[in-house]
Design a protein around this ligand. Sequence first.
Ligand code: AHR
Length: 497
Amino acid sequence: MTFKGVLNADTGKGTISRHIYGHFSEHLGRCIYEGIWVGEDSPIPNTNGIRNDVVKALKKIKIPVLRWPGGCFADEYHWKDGIGPKEGRKRMINTHWGGVVENNHFGTHEFMQLCAQLGCEPYINGNVGSGTVQEISEWVEYLTFGGVSPMAELRVQNGRKEPWKVTYFGVGNENWGCGGNMRPEYYADLYRRYQTYVRDYDGNKIHRIACGPNSDDYNWTDVLVREAGRYMDSITLHYYTLPNDSWEDKGAATGFDEKAWFVTLKKALKMDELITRHSTIMDKYDPERRVGLIVDEWGTWYNVEPGTNPGFLYQQNTIRDALVAGLTLNIFHKHNHRVRMANIAQTVNVLQAVILTEGKKMVLTPTYHVFDMYKVHQDAELLELSLDAGSYKLDDSEIPAVSATASRDAEGLIHISFCNLQHQAEAKVVIDLRGLAFDGLKIEGSTLAGEKIDAHNTFEQPDAVVPQPFNAFGLENGKLSVTLPAMSVTALELKTE
Ligand code: AHR
């Protein structure tokens, strides 16, 4: 089957914010502890306690922003427990996630050190559910105030003279659920109050983020933006992709059939509808689109790997996850006028992780490779690409067969990324290239494809699913034809001379 499209290479549709490629790391399972933080005395190579291999891998994909410390953990976290000499830090039970002991060895200084090593911006999520206004206000003062004040002095005592730069601050997490089971009217008032004390010190401008809806809770968005929209810079959206409709049996990460493949992709595609509908509500109160939508938790959520702690949310990651990542990033690009940031959940060892670790071993997942292939779109100009996406049918249901996006970067290189959602069929795409010169046009490609439906990387076989050079394309009469393998994410770079 041939899918036809038109790329208008001279029609820009706005910048794709690099922050769409953000990540989320919570004190959950082995994400922070083991996955990122191993401590200064660990035999695992580290810099100031932070794993070197993980930092190197995340820098390669140009991680732009990292959200921390949760998640549900954020609304139980009291930041003062995580500063000062480590041996004196409080130990507590991580009640949400596995009931394990949290020793608070990874706290504010360690997180800011991590961001410095990664060269990324910090996005700190404050505690509204069980924390006070004073706590939030003092945390911001501790982080960003350079003058004379109790918190600035405490920071200096703890070894950090200069204030840090903190760009993003979240006022609560999932306050409709684990963050306090609030009603939107109540949270809207609390948000207005708490954000008042998230101060901008010394020229540090904080982007204030309100806790937005759970997937299709449109009432939450309506009430919150109506009542508190003028006090926020962005509102969040959380949406997870579960193959099954049950939280008790979400579906397996590997060993699934075509039905589970299809349903998972169909559910991931729902992100488009969610963003469209939440944006439409926001348009009512904010037609200028001053307030951004931040999808700060997204990704697949399966049953945990057999034999692992159910509270640790550790799951494998296959070519199916790569397709979910690719098509979701394509959706975020399309909504670049409202979606200013997104944070995949979660960076290491939890949910749709880009990295898995086991002791000193590390493996990069298929999702990692999609982030690597797509990094060229960060801060690039979205281009107008219309494509007949065809249809992939299973039983009485159908989804698009192909999803694609295109952008032009600062050097003038055009990048087109394709996802072939079909389990077994190749897809031939023919794109009419308009608005660019063909003389001397050079094209290079790479593809990430699965040999089987649940192809994945393991510690024994870390390179089972990695990008391969791709040359199944041709140029004729101003048309680019590409043959996409089944179950693949493919990237093309077009260079004109
Ligand atoms: O990412 C795992 C959890 O999912 C987060 O802690 C919470 O915010 C969401 O429900």
